[in-house]
Every structure is written in C-alpha cells, then in structure tokens.
Design a binder for this molecule. Structure first.
Ligand SMILES: Nc1ncnc2c1ncn2[C@@H]1O[C@H](COP(=O)(O)OP(=O)(O)O)[C@@H](O)[C@H]1O
Ligand SMILES: [Mg+2]
Length: 365
C-alpha cells in the first residue's frame, strides 16, 4: 500500500515501527503517518495526508492544546491517555491509546513539525502479560527439570529394594508381597510421570519444512477418529501462509494436545451433538514473542464452544501438573508451550463460557 520510494528518507524508518507514529504541523495537519497508523485506522495513506489528526480523537481540544504547546516550545514533550474515534472505530467504543507528543526539527520549508506517537493501551498490557508469562514459563521449566531429576534418581533404588524385599517375603510371608507390588507399581507410575516431564527437553529437534495446514489436517483426522459423532471440526485456513522450518512431529503433538483438551471439555456437547472446534490460521505482522520482535508470524487459533477454562486455574494452565480434570496429568499444555517456544513461538489463551481460544503464534522467516 505504501510507496516507500517517494517518502522523505527521514520517515522511512518510521514505517518499520509497530507503534503508530504521525508527523503533524502545529495545527494538527498530518504530514506523514506510518503504516502502523494506517493499518490500525484502516485508512489509506491518501486519506491520512492533510487530514487533521485531532479530529480522530475523542477529546480533540486536548491534543490541539498539546500540539500548539509543543510547537511553540513551551515544553519539549508531553504524554497523556486518549481515545481514538474515527476511521475503523466510528461506530465502536473507540481505541484507548497512550499519546506521546514530542518536538521535532522543522521541515525543509521551516514550518514547525511535531511528532505524535500512539501506543495501543491494550497492546501494552498484552505485551506486559506475555513477557511475564514467558519469564514464568522459563522459571517453571527450570524448576520442573531439576525436580524431575531429583525424583528420578532414587526411584531406581526404591524399585530395586522393593523387588529384593518381595523375593525375601515370598518364602516367609507371601501374602505381604502385595505391598511390595504396590510400591513397584507406584514407582513405575512416578517414573513415567517424571519421564514425561523431562521428555520435551531431552528430545532432539528434527527440523524440516513444515506446513501448518498439513499439521492441522493430521490432528483433525486423529481427533475425529476418536469422536466420529457429535463433534464438528471446522477449518478456516489462510492458504497464503508459507511453509516454515520446524519439527513436524513435535508440532503435531503441540496442536493435538490443545485440540484434545478441547474435545475433552466438549464431552457433554459432543453427547448433545453440537460440539464445535475451529482451526483458524492467519498471518500476523510485527509480533513480539517474549522479548523478540518478528516481522511476520503465523497464528493458529484453536477455538471451542465448551464451558471455558475453570477460573481458578486460568492463570496457571501452562504450568506443569495443573489440571482441571479428574485423572489429568497437567502436562499437555506445558509440553505444547515448550514446543512452541522451541520454535521461537508462544501459546496464549482467552476463555469464557462458550468460547475458548488458544492462539499459537509461530514466527515465519
Ligand atoms: N479448551 C479448553 N477448555 C476448557 N478448559 C481447558 C481447555 N484446554 C485446557 N483446559 C484446562 O486446562 C487444564 C490443563 O490442560 P493440560 O495441560 O492439557 O492437562 P490435562 O489435560 O492433563 O489436565 C485441563 O485440565 C483443563 O481444565
Ligand atoms: Mg491435556
């Protein structure tokens, strides 16, 4: 949409930013708006040129006063919160933004120019949360791995001792071997739990070209075999998404864990015959994962019309051993998150009764 060639060179870099940046005259007339602003306002560059920026604000006067203050050198920069109105949100609630107005060198014609940055407040909060989440997941992973190792080591000894004890007991009091069997059985259960805790970190990364839709189709087929009736798995694919480098088997596991969770909570709806899962793929631009920024990424949304994630575990579902169901291991989402991270991506979740959305973000080259 943008003809970058014709831009004054000093503006070109601004097009790469994810925050909205507008250069205006002292009266608020737009001299330049970057792509982020055009995208978010869903306006063309032509529609932005020469428009009056304050007109897109709920409280136009506040911006007008700030602009003239900054242009007249009363202060070098000013910040406040505001709501963007026009454009895409003309009939909606408006978009809360944080506004930063700063001085800028005058243009070639000598007229004063002012730089206006707009940061979506929701995006700020989201980014904060994602970053915190990322750190927490890292810390938990470390803890889990250490703990799992500590548990694993003595298990072999306990099992061996129980077996020796069983041999001794067989002669004197065979009825007591029932107890040693319990020990061996429980040790084996712990062993397999610990193995599963350690598995994602141990497995070698097998990298090849993968196609997200092929992965979705595999998972869809697998889950439909399990639930041949009562469950619809819709697909809404953006087929323009390119292949990317990744570990196909692991990625199938990741998607499968999430879709299986959905199928599990949909139990009653499957019985009623109106259970629905949607696999939706989309392109995302300028995304931040953890602390890294990517120009291009793919999003896979896995939505279900189930009861929603129980409120008491909503903040912790990606942590190991957190489960909301009888007999759950609480490892499915931990493993899925680990696999996403091994692909520089992440998974987050929004959930309310009737609509749960797990969003997998994976950077594209
Ligand atoms: N689509 C979903 N809808 C509602 N709750 C979910 C959904 N996906 C996961 N959960 C909740 O998150 C918990 C953790 O999932 P997971 O890590 O796979 O462990 P497990 O399936 O063994 O319990 C589940 O037990 C469930 O309570
Ligand atoms: Mg699970």
């Amino acid at each position: 949409m943008t003809d970058t060639q014709s831009l004054p060179p000093e503006y070109v870099g601004l097009d790469l930013l994810a925050t909205m940046v507008i250069v205006v005259g002292a009266d608020g007339e737009c001299l330049f708006a970057n792509t982020a602003f055009e995208n978010i306002m869903r306006l063309s560059r032509r529609a932005v040129q020469k428009a009056l920026l304050p007109e897109w604000f709920d409280d136009a006067q506040r911006l007008i006063d700030t602009l003239s203050g900054v242009a007249a050198n009363q202060y070098s920069s000013s910040r406040f919160d505001a709501v963007l109105r026009r454009g895409a949100w003309a009939h909606e609630d408006g978009l809360p933004v944080h506004v930063i107005v700063s001085q800028m060198d005058a243009g070639v014609d000598g007229a004063p120019r002012v730089l206006v940055e707009l940061i979506e407040i929701a995006q700020l909060a989201r980014q904060d949360r994602d970053e915190r989440n990322h750190d927490q997941v890292q810390a938990t992973k470390e803890l889990t791995r250490n703990l799992a190792h500590e548990i694993k080591n003595p298990l072999g000894g306990i099992r061996g001792a129980a077996q020796l004890l069983a041999l001794e007991l067989q002669e004197g009091s065979p009825e007591l071997t029932e107890y040693t069997q319990v020990i061996v059985h429980e040790v084996d259960r712990l062993q397999s739990l610990v193995d599963r805790l350690l598995a994602p970190h141990r497995k070698a990364h097998v990298v090849g070209d993968v196609n997200i839709h092929e992965i979705c189709e595999r998972v869809r087929a697998l889950v439909l075999i399990e639930h041949p009736r009562g469950l619809v798995i819709q697909r809404d694919y953006d087929t323009s998404l390119p292949d990317f480098r990744g570990d196909r088997e692991q990625l199938i596991q990741m998607v499968l864990n999430i879709v299986q969770n959905a199928a599990q909570v949909l139990g009653p709806r499957i019985a009623a015959g109106d259970a629905q899962i949607v696999l939706r793929t989309r392109v995302a631009r300028q995304v931040t994962v953890g602390k890294q920024r990517w120009r291009l990424a793919l999003e896979l949304h896995i939505e279900d019309n189930g009861p929603g994630v129980p409120a008491e575990i909503r903040d912790r579902i990606f942590f190991p051993l957190v489960s909301g169901r009888e007999g759950g291991s609480g490892l499915g989402l931990t493993l899925a998150q680990t696999i996403a991270q091994q692909h520089q991506g992440m998974i987050d979740c929004e959930s309310e009764p009737g609509l749960t959305n797990f969003r997998i973000t994976l950077p594209l080259p």
